[in-house]
Design a protein around this ligand. Structure first.
Ligand SMILES: *[C@@H]1O[C@H](CO)[C@@H](O)[C@H](O)[C@H]1NC(C)=O
Ligand SMILES: *[C@@H]1O[C@H](CO)[C@@H](O)[C@H](O)[C@H]1NC(C)=O
Ligand SMILES: *[C@@H]1O[C@H](CO)[C@@H](O)[C@H](O)[C@H]1NC(C)=O
Ligand SMILES: *[C@@H]1O[C@H](CO)[C@@H](O)[C@H](O)[C@H]1NC(C)=O
Ligand SMILES: *[C@@H]1O[C@H](CO)[C@@H](O)[C@H](O)[C@H]1NC(C)=O
Ligand SMILES: *[C@@H]1O[C@H](CO)[C@@H](O)[C@H](O)[C@H]1NC(C)=O
Ligand SMILES: *[C@@H]1O[C@H](CO)[C@@H](O)[C@H](O)[C@H]1NC(C)=O
Ligand SMILES: *[C@@H]1O[C@H](CO)[C@@H](O)[C@H](O)[C@H]1NC(C)=O
Length: 545
């Protein structure tokens, strides 16, 4: 049995950063996280796998390559090599083919999704299936072109990604006995995805019905939202009450001071956090300070600290940054604040002290504040590196053109733990720096979220044989079918399952031990999929035979 562990998004970001060329220019150290599914690393992926009858199969880490169409709208452009991983350790003829793409990441970190430590492998073990992890175009080793330029990104769209999944299923000859006879029609296919890839799962079953017999969409961010203040709502709702009361008080104060235009007060506020260097130049006039404002608040609040929440798996203990922060604000000499918190004065000083003594070092190392947290140097090559394998750039393209998902403060009518000074324009400006060929250097992007929601129905999809599994504590919840405002409650043919989990918790079998609700979601999902697979019949369409 393999030991596994879920590595968190923060760890993933840090490890992917080390893979970048060392000559890379400095830019913001930690951007908003990609919604990514949990990473699985700690298992034996490089030794032969044993099939049920004891035959040695290739190691899980053996990479295969599929000739994928560069452009599904223009076949004359030919193909590129799309990487995938595959095992048939539990396969028996007639069993389902279980396909997942990890979405916006290098797939080599997700080989564990072949194994029975995940819902994918668990289904394979129950149903005699075979599992596949297919890398998404423009991530990892799967690149239609050898660079990530705007020109190459002409074929980097959600529709091309959907068509990749369908074309793969219809044309792959799997490297296993009988693997050339398992196309949809001859064998049942199950599509699984989490997060962005969960949305792709829904979009694929919605727009290309009849290819996949069943879909499982975990924490699926189906509804594209440009102004995504809702990211902070589940955090605000589930964090310790004293901590949210004090964070709200500090943020209200930060916004008030900034909006007062009182330079001395703003500088003093920055000094509380040791970030006076962000206004690194006396020539920065009031207008310049204006530009610094969102940077200051987003770096204090959004860009770093709260993103550790997403990483919390109920049992992980791997990322305690969020609770360390609340302890720093709320605990004095082992005494916790009451639910109303300690109030602004203490919280502001305590947050400043925690930031300067502990947190700044963790996120910025030895870099100065401008280098680490500044986002206004549009001339930095950081923005325009086009080498392949730069997952952040490929993901940002999807945000800038289609999804939006800019994190910011809540509207004035709502309580907020994120500064209202920050608006979607903060991130959309950076789209211009990253992709001047598409938007212009000094222009902001206008992602077509409405177009995406219209094409693939967002949280109103009526696709059948599609399971949505969501977690109440997932910060992405408000983009899933479990959003507070969503009205589609699902049906027996489109079950909406909800647990107390975080982001994609239900993809990992080990999470069942931490949460009976997650266990229940997994059990119900398996029984639905088992039922749908048992009802599946081959279509008698042997024109190719
Ligand atoms: C998971 O699969 C491995 C073989 O890859 C097997 O040894 C193990 O018993 C399985 N775990 C469960 C819970 O069935
Ligand atoms: C990884 O697996 C090894 C061996 O199974 C185990 O000793 C170790 O504690 C695991 N590490 C984590 C982080 O789970
Ligand atoms: C054992 O399993 C492998 C892989 O599924 C298959 O190719 C082989 O024919 C099986 N051998 C026997 C004796 O069943
Ligand atoms: C899996 O394969 C075994 C051996 O062929 C068979 O007995 C069993 O019924 C199959 N299970 C399912 C769910 O098809
Ligand atoms: C980048 O890829 C495009 C194809 O999308 C190609 O035409 C162009 O020459 C490449 N640019 C560089 C600098 O290699
Ligand atoms: C207050 O904050 C502490 C530290 O995070 C936490 O352990 C405790 O549960 C909180 N209490 C209330 C009433 O919110
Ligand atoms: C601060 O400056 C902005 C922009 O010049 C202005 O709109 C706003 O009214 C000012 N606020 C105060 C409190 O003076
Ligand atoms: C962008 O705007 C800045 C400030 O207005 C200006 O100095 C710069 O030349 C502009 N860059 C481009 C490429 O238009």
């Amino acid at each position: 049995m393999f030991g596994t562990s879920s590595l968190v998004t923060l760890v993933l970001l840090l490890s992917s950063a080390t893979a970048l060329p060392s000559s890379r220019a400095k830019g913001p150290t930690l951007g908003p996280p990609r919604p990514s599914i949990p990473h699985l690393e700690n298992f034996s992926k490089d030794i032969p796998v044993l099939s049920r009858n004891g035959t040695q199969l290739p190691a899980y880490s053996h990479a295969y390559y599929f000739d994928q169409l560069i452009d599904h709208m223009d076949l004359t452009l030919g193909t590129f090599k799309q990487r995938y991983y595959h095992t048939y350790e539990f396969y028996e003829p007639g069993g389902p083919i279980i396909l997942m793409t990890p979405g916006e990441e290098d797939a080599s970190g997700y080989i564990g999704y072949l194994t029975n430590t995940t819902i994918n492998g668990h289904l394979a073990q129950e149903l005699n299936g075979s599992t596949i992890v297919l890398e998404h175009r423009f991530f990892g080793d799967s690149n239609p072109y050898d660079n990530l330029s705007v020109q190459s990104f002409r074929v980097h769209t959600v529709q091309q990604a959907i068509d990749d999944l369908v074309y793969f299923a219809q044309n792959v000859q799997l490297p296993m006995p009988g693997g050339d006879q398992v196309a949809p029609g001859n064998a049942p296919w199950v599509l699984i995805g989490g997060s962005y890839a969960g949305a792709l799962t829904s979009y694929t079953l919605t727009s290309r019905p009849g290819v996949f017999t069943a879909g499982y969409a975990s924490s699926a961010v189906v509804q594209a939202i440009s102004d995504f203040w809702g990211y902070f709502e589940p955090i605000r709702q589930y964090m310790p009450a004293n901590c949210s009361a004090d964070v709200e008080a500090v943020i209200a104060h930060v916004d008030f001071v900034i909006q007062s235009n009182d330079t001395a007060a703003i500088t003093a506020l920055k000094m509380t956090f040791g970030l006076q260097g962000l206004a690194h130049n006396d020539d920065f006039a009031a207008a310049r300070i204006h530009k610094m404002v969102p940077m200051l608040t987003i770096s204090l609040v959004q860009q770093n600290l709260f993103f550790s929440w997403q990483s919390l798996q109920p049992d992980s203990g791997l990322n305690q940054a969020f609770y360390q922060f609340c302890d720093a604000l709320e605990v004095i000499n082992s005494v916790s604040a009451p639910a109303s918190g300690w109030g602004l004065d203490y919280a502001l000083q305590a947050w400043g002290a925690y930031w300067t003594s502990t947190y700044y070092k963790q996120i910025c190392g030895d870099d100065d504040d401008e280098t680490c947290l500044g986002t206004y140097d549009s001339s930095s090559p950081f923005w325009t590196y086009t080498y392949t394998g730069n997952a952040e750039r490929s993901w940002q393209w999807l945000l800038c053109t289609q999804f939006g998902f800019q994190f910011d403060g809540a509207p004035a009518s709502q309580p907020t733990i994120a500064s209202r000074i920050v608006t979607p324009a903060w991130g959309e400006r950076q789209c211009g720096y990253r992709f001047p060929g598409a938007f212009g250097y000094n222009a902001t992007a206008s992602p077509d979220a409405a177009g995406l929601n219209s094409a693939y129905k967002g949280w109103d999809t009526t696709a059948e044989h599609l399971i949505f599994a969501s977690g109440t504590r997932d910060p992405w919840r408000e983009a899933t079918v479990a959003a507070d405002g969503a009205t589609n409650i699902g049906s027996d043919l489109q079950p909406h399952l909800l647990s107390d989990g975080f982001h994609c918790s239900d993809l990992l079998i080990q999470e069942a031990a931490a949460s009976p609700q997650t266990k229940s979601v997994q059990d119900i999902a398996v029984s639905y999929i088992t039922q749908w697979i048992s009802e599946w019949k081959p279509s008698i369409n042997k024109q190719s035979a």
